[in-house]
Write a protein that binds this ligand. Structure first.
Ligand SMILES: Cc1ncc(COP(=O)(O)O)c(C=O)c1O
Length: 366
């Protein structure tokens, strides 16, 4: 039987959400931070227009989409937009390109789980700095920098916490890092803070910083797999060597262009999500529960302990609500994506009803 390399054999695959339900139970998808509503109606029209486009390969550089993103975000001249099959692809390729065995990739304690997987694929060491109140701490990150630190990743706002730091902190971090350390600012949820945060795309001009975004969240386009980033030219040229040239299908490119053109629709999704999220957080606080200060389309709910969190997740699953259980230092939490208003109101009532009952109940083995 053929064997993979020793390094690959030892890897653990990225853990996606468990979407299994008992037969006949209708799923209510709140486990993967997907948008509470689909993309702009213009997306379906754009897809229909290119339904017969199958003969030719797609534009490998996504010129039209890249130009549109440059215009919408008023990107500075110095730098290049690169599009990936989700920002996940860009994260994986960046880490492989800039870190290898003997190098360190540094991020904060509760950072997005895929960074660890991508770092182990690259054979590099994953280092985490403690967070303060579920929020990345710039000084704690800087204290962990060594001469092996090749990449620092700041997720702002964070996943799974949803907390955000002011972009001043990102700028201070970049200024204090060694010039040959690449800073990746992952802004997968950036559209949810754009109203109060000035962008950091200008940092790309320094040559040592990449800013990543995605159309999977605020634009409601997770199914199309379109992420993008603003890259220094030299970093983009390195990425070109590793990325599959025809990675974004023509349908995904056209869908993304239509979604980005409809800014009003995206902004309405963002404000609707934040309003429903605020109501849900308040309902949880009223029920005596603790929630992290989320600036995204999900909420991290803290339970009394790990057992309590596990029992609540299982109980919600029985009712069809698929939420995300957390591991390690966050195993006393569950992460809940913000869905439609009625769904969230019913979920809040269910949690307020279930939680005290579960707390009173012991597991059979206890
Ligand atoms: C912080 C963060 N970065 C990146 C991604 C990847 O998103 P996508 O590959 O859909 O663009 C996610 C997805 O949940 C995320 O939460």
């Amino acid at each position: 039987m053929p064997n993979p390399t020793e390094h690959v054999a030892a890897l653990a695959p990225y853990q996606l959400a468990d979407l299994q339900l008992a037969p006949g139970v209708e799923p209510i998808m709140l486990a993967q931070n997907e948008s509470l509503r689909g993309p702009s109606p213009m997306v379906a029209k754009a897809i229909l227009k290119v339904a017969n486009c199958g003969r030719l390969y797609p534009d490998p550089h996504c010129h039209e989409l890249a130009a549109l993103l440059r215009q919408v975000h008023a990107l500075p001249v110095q730098g290049r937009v690169l599009v990936g099959a989700g920002s996940m692809e860009l994260i994986g390729v960046l880490i492989r390109a800039y870190a290898g065995p003997g190098d360190e990739v540094l991020t904060s304690e509760f950072a997005y789980g895929y960074f660890a997987v991508a770092t182990s694929i690259a054979g590099a060491e994953y280092v985490q700095a403690t967070e303060y109140r579920y929020t990345p701490d710039v000084d704690a990150l800087l204290a962990k920098v060594t001469d092996k630190t090749k990449i620092v990743i700041a997720v702002n706002p964070g996943n799974p916490t949803g907390t955000a730091i002011a972009n001043d902190g990102i700028r201070r971090l970049r200024d204090a890092l060694p010039k040959d350390t690449l800073l990746i600012v992952d802004e997968a949820y950036g559209e949810f803070t754009d109203a109060w945060q000035e962008p950091v795309f200008d940092l790309v001009g320094r040559g040592d910083c990449v800013v990543l975004r995605t159309l999977s969240k605020a634009y409601g386009l997770a199914a199309m797999r379109v992420g993008w980033g603003y890259f220094p030219d030299a970093v983009a040229q390195t990425m070109d060597k590793l990325l599959n040239p025809s990675r974004i299908s023509m349908i995904s490119q056209k869908a993304a262009i239509a979604a980005v053109l409809d800014q009003d629709y995206m902004l309405a999704t963002v404000s609707q999500t934040l309003a429903i999220g605020k109501e849900f957080k308040q309902a949880m606080v009223d029920a005596g529960l603790t929630v992290a200060d989320s600036h995204t389309n999900f909420v991290l709910l803290k339970l009394a302990d790990t057992t309590q969190a596990e029992m609540l997740e299982v109980a919600l699953r029985r009712h069809g609500y698929l939420v995300r259980p957390m591991r390690a230092a966050l195993s006393d939490c569950i992460r809940i994506t913000i869905g439609e208003q009625l769904v969230m109101q019913q979920l809040a009532e269910l949690i307020a009803d279930l939680e005290p009952k579960l707390r009173a109940k012991k597991r059979p083995s206890e």
